[in-house]
Every structure is written in structure tokens, then in C-alpha cells.
Design a protein around this ligand. Sequence first.
Ligand code: GDP
Length: 427
Amino acid sequence: MVKAVVGANWGDEGKGKITDMLAKEADIIVRFQGGANAGHTIVNDYGKFALHTLPSGVFYSHTTNVIGNGVALNIPVLFAEIGSIVERGVPAPKILVSDRAQIVMPYHILFDQYEEERLGGKSFGSTKSGIAPFYSDKYAKTGVQVSELFDEELLREKIEGIVQTKNVLLEHLYHKPLIQFDELLATMHEYRDMVAPYVCDVSVYLDKAVREGKTILLEGQLGTLKDPDHGIYPMVTSSSTLAAYGAIGAGIPPYEIRQIITVCKAYSSAVGAGAFVSEIFGDEADELRRRGGDGGEFGATTGRPRRMGWFDCVASRYGCRLQGTTDVAFTVLDVLGYLEEIPVCVGYEIDGEVTKDFPTTAKLAHAKPVLEILPGWNCDIRGIRNYEELPENCRKYVEFIEKEIGYPVTMVSNGPGRDDIIFRGTI
Ligand code: GDP
């Protein structure tokens, strides 16, 4: 049984927590896209962790954690992250790395910085982890696959080509130090030795696992609105954030993905630039940011304050639809307990017309939120385990949103911990 855990919005919805929780009953957890540019925050018996590259199943000794071919693999970051969790008492996780995954090269990270510098005020707000240059090279067919590290002749030839073309840009566009062939080759040898014990033909491994009836979780990074095709292009990430891409980024048949759990946060937050229709500002935003998530809404990778907003039914309905949602996991509901009234964005007004369909980026720039005010419940709901025990207004909030987005909310998360979860119906 293959399940995907993905985001409906701009990311930071709490996918890490939901994946960590579901990993208890899973055998294999697979990262299928993205890289070390976003983080998942997980709170469990070992403490609080911010993972960037490792799948969120690494805290259980019964799981195998897989870096799929779709991932932008930063080898030093992966190993530093394994080291940092083991240091804190987590048993060494079982990790497999796809032989078809491509490698984030040191120059990808530099190009990311140089390009943001060059763009100045028009920059994308990149996390400067090398993700856009990495995927550009992947599709320009000049990327380096893990398997290629093990073919010395091919590797040398490839690096020669890379040095030639990249150095033209470094010299003439960015005016920065050039890449040295010997240095880059030596780095590749280091990477090869680090990753060697973990390299695996992942699609063969997963095919066998599917046939044996294993439970596999595909763990997405970011959310629908950051998808390069369906998101707020160009303020998007460089790999598809959709569950459908899980089939490609892991190497499994699309029809094997039977359950798509789309994680939606009870309010909105976003990082980076781009339209954010239900955004709030000033004291109202500061308070939600301070109370949000687990210890405030600040980026797990960058520490940047997140942009805050009310729940956006238009964006979330679209986000859930594009994911192919079977279940919504509605998270961080406890945070809203301080509010007397809770505004919810139920439509966008664009040039005098109200729509419930999420528009393209150019139109999005003109969109104004149509807000509906719901009554708050004004109390702490942490610790509650039965849906019926939630305050009436809290249930009404969940049910209002469920109706607006049109997908069943089967899980409600009311705290950052593994057990802070309320199931509705069966999952
Ligand atoms: P991800 O990238 O989708 O995994 O999300 P992040 O980890 O970046 O952000 C989610 C934040 O919310 C983290 O700090 C989590 O510990 C926290 N979190 C997740 N679920 C809940 C919840 O139900 N209540 C509260 N208070 N915090 C939560």
C-alpha cells in the first residue's frame, strides 16, 4: 500500500509531523522531490528536530528511509543530518539512496547565491541551497547522477565539460572565482566514498516492497502552490510538489498510490515572494506568527519569519484538488484558540468579480480576499483525543472548511507531538 503525504499550500503545513506519526505503521518512507531547501520540524520522544533532507521516518528503527531519484541530493548535508540525529540518541537510521538521484554540486549553491545577488530586489527569495541551478542542470542534461560517481572516466569527462561552461558564466556574468577541475574531482571522490554504502536501485527495491504488501509513505516537500506547473509561477520551487510526481520521483507505478493525505494548516503561512491573497500584517500577523506552529512561525531552514494569513479556502481547495486528495490532515488547529473571531478567505475578488477558482499568477496579483468571519472557541484544545470533545465552534470551523474545500478532513492535529491527533472516521 503506497500513501503520499503532501502539502496543499505554500509548504510548512506540518507534513513532517504527519509523516512521523504515520511512519509508526509504515515500512518505508521515501522523499521523492526537492532538496535541503525546506525543513520539516518534528517533535517526538527524542526531542525536537529540523530535517531538511532525511525522510521523516528516521526516528523509528523498523523503517527504511529512501532518497528517491527525484530528490536534489546534497551529500554533505545528508551526512551531517544523519550525524546530528545519531548524536542526540536516535538509533542510526536505515538509509537508501537512489543510484539515479542527482547531486547538488558545490557550484549549484554558489550560482544560487550569485543569481540572487545579480537580481537584487527582483530576486525569488531563494533559500540559496542550489535547488534552481540543480534542476536547471538536470533538465539541461548536464547534472551528475549518483551512479556516475562510480565511473571514473565518465566522471572526469563530465567535470571537464562542466568546468568549461560554468567558468564562462562565472567569469563574464558573475565575476566570481572559477571552478578548478582537480578540486571539483576531489570533492566528487569524497562524495562517492560517503554515499557508496547506501546506493541502491530504488525502483527495484520499491517494486519488491509493493509486491510484498509493505506500507510505503511518499513524503512531499512544500505544497501545491509551489509546484512549477500548478503553483504561483515563477515564485515556485523547481520540482513538482504533487503526489502524482511521487510515482516518478520514487520510480513506482502511479496506480499504486492509493491514499493521498493532503496536509492543510488551520491558517496560512508562506515564505519567499509571491502573491498571498489572505495575508495579514502588523500586530495581527505578529501575534499569529508568535503563537503559530511549535514556538513560532519561522523557517526551519532559514529562520526567516514566515508571512502569515487567514485560512484560504480558494487556495486550499485548489491545492487539495491538484494533489488528488483522499484525506485532509488539518493541522495546527490548537494555535487558533486565542481568537474571539476567525476570518476565513472564501473567495477572491478580481476586477470586480468574485471567484472560488484559484487563478493564474498574473490575475492573482489583482485578487482581494473575500472574508467570512467565524466565531472562535477561545480555549485550549490541546490534549483532546476525540473529535466530539472539541468545542462546538471549533468543530464548526473544521466542518465549514471541509465543506468549502470539498475533501474529507479525516485527521485533526492539535499539537506538535506524535500523539496530538484526532482521527475522524477510519484511516
Ligand atoms: P512541514 O515542512 O510541512 O513539515 O512543516 P514545518 O515543520 O515547517 O512546520 C510545521 C510546524 O508546526 C512545526 O514547527 C511543527 O512542529 C508544528 N506543528 C505541526 N502540527 C502541529 C499542531 O497540530 N499544532 C501545533 N501547535 N504545532 C504543530
